[in-house]
Design a protein around this ligand. Sequence first.
Ligand code: SF4
Length: 124
Amino acid sequence: MLQTPHQPLQTAAIPSQRPAVRDRGDDAGPWHSEAVCRRDEAGLFFAPSKEPTAARLSREAAAKRVCAGCPVMVECREHALLQPEPYGVWGGLTAAERRVVLARRRRREMERRAAARGAVAAAG
Ligand code: SF4
C-alpha cells in the first residue's frame, strides 16, 4: 500500500499511521507527527486521475506553499528521496523534481568514486 505524509488519496496512510523514521533504523525522529499535511482535505498532495496540466501545476504550487511552512520539510524530503516515494509532493518537491535530485546525487557519487579511484591509482 502506498504510504504518504498526507491524508490518503485513496488507500495511503497519514504520517502517524506509518512507522516512525527512527523505527527503520535511522535517527531522524518521528517527524510524521509534526507534518502539517496530516489532513489533506484539499487533496493537494496527490494527483487525481486524468488531472489536466494546468490544474496539476496549480495544485502542486499550493502543496508546495503548505510544505514551505512545515516544520519537518527537510525530514520529509529526505524520507521521500530515500524510499524513494514515487508519487505526490513530499518535502516541497514533486515526484519529477525528486527524480532530478536523485539523478544529481547519483552523478555526484559516481564522480566522487571516480576521483577516489584516480587518487588511489596516482598514489600507487
Ligand atoms: S513537508 Fe509537505 S509533504 Fe512533507 S510533511 Fe510537511 S507538508 Fe507534508
